[in-house]
Design a protein around this ligand. Structure first.
Ligand SMILES: [Mg+2]
Length: 361
């Protein structure tokens, strides 16, 4: 999916989003899942290519043709394989879509949420060419009612930017996402300086593999640390909680190994008073509908990273437009009912590779 403008973060620049869609068929019904780890292994060790090949070679042959009653059963079948959470999530999301269709309920209800039909979404800004340009973009989002603003930062695009933004917008809910761009030994002064900007949270300041140093950092700053890249499973989150490494968590079903794992993290966060919210990977409408359904769970209390199609794309890969109502409100079940029947012709037009893993009837 080509982006309208390149998306720049601490780990690099993407000009197009590469995503993997999985369609499972059971009882004459299709369920679509999506996993969107980006083209190259820059955000996580997985890439679109690794997800595609891992699903094709290992995960799908293991589940096709089996009776699978629960998501836990599905994950049990895949438990012999280590890591690869995005690849597991691609298969698992398609299973949940089948579950939703067979039970004739929206995915939000199948997941145990759905008490609300709408969720709040936030606005994100990548690294910009100038502070003036960023301020204009924030002004526009604030005028349209954005409930919170997230800024991507990295070394040399951080404290000065925040000072300018806070001076111009003293009261907005604001947080920063460092995408693992800092180091505790070299950047502690900068990280402490972030404390003076009344940020809702500092997302993933340190290495993507780290929990220990995040605990050390959280102990010496007042702003909540939010873990994103570091939490690749419910176990990671349990360790982070026990170590006091974060007071917020960004839950992306792909990064944590699927919706079942996302639900477990949601429950742990709710029970421990940690702020949880649903992140995104610039998925198509199929993935956006999955993330939005998850975000209806009551423990997700901070606006989600789910974006209208027009924010990033000329056209959605699955032929369904994600729209927000006024003030960044998303109608979850309306999006789900459209995106769970994606336009196969639209998908085929942007397909680079496809394969069928089947059983002989
Ligand atoms: Mg992040």
């Amino acid at each position: 999916m080509p982006l309208k403008r390149p998306w720049r973060t601490a780990y690099g620049e993407d000009s197009a989003i590469h995503s993997v869609l999985v369609r499972l068929n059971a009882g004459g019904v299709d369920g679509w899942g999506e996993s969107c780890p980006l083209y190259a292994p820059t955000y996580s060790p997985e890439s679109a290519l690794s997800v595609y090949e891992t699903c094709r070679e290992f995960f799908l042959p293991r589940v096709v043709g089996k009776e699978i009653a629960t998501a836990a059963d599905l994950m049990g079948l895949l438990s012999m394989y280590r890591g690869n959470p995005f690849a597991k999530a691609a298969v698992e999301a398609a299973w949940w879509a089948l579950e939703s269709k067979h039970r004739e309920i929206p995915l939000s209800k199948a997941l145990g949420g759905g008490a609300v039909d709408t969720i709040a979404c936030g606005e994100d800004f990548g690294l910009e060419d100038s502070i003036d340009r960023l301020l204009e973009n924030i002004e526009s989002a604030v005028c349209r009612g954005a409930p919170r603003i997230k800024l991507k930062v990295k070394r040399h695009w951080d404290v000065d930017v925040l000072r300018a933004v806070r001076t111009a917008f003293p009261r907005i809910v604001l947080h920063i996402d460092c995408n693992a761009g800092y180091d505790l030994r070299n950047d502690l002064d900068t990280l402490k300086a972030f404390d003076s900007f009344d940020l809702a949270m500092i997302e993933q300041p340190l290495a993507d593999t780290d929990i220990f140093e995040h605990a050390k950092l959280q102990a010496c700053i007042g702003t909540p640390v939010c873990l994103d890249e570091s939490i690749k499973s419910p176990r990671d989150f349990r360790v982070a909680l026990e170590m006091g490494a974060c007071r917020a968590v960004n839950v992306k079903p792909g990064r944590v190994g699927g919706l079942q794992c996302a639900l477990e993290i949601h429950n742990m966060a709710r029970d421990s008073g940690v702020t949880a919210w649903v992140g995104g990977m610039l998925e198509s409408s199929v993935g956006a509908a999955i993330c939005a359904s998850l975000a209806t769970l009551p423990g997700f209390t901070y606006p989600a990273d789910i974006f209208p199609t027009t924010r990033f794309y000329a056209r959605d890969a699955a032929g369904v437009e994600v729209r927000l109502r006024e003030k960044y409100v998303l109608d979850v079940n309306r999006l789900w009912s459209a995106a769970c029947e994606p336009n196969v012709g639209c998908i085929e037009r942007v397909t680079i590779a496809s394969t069928v893993v089947g059983v002989t009837p």
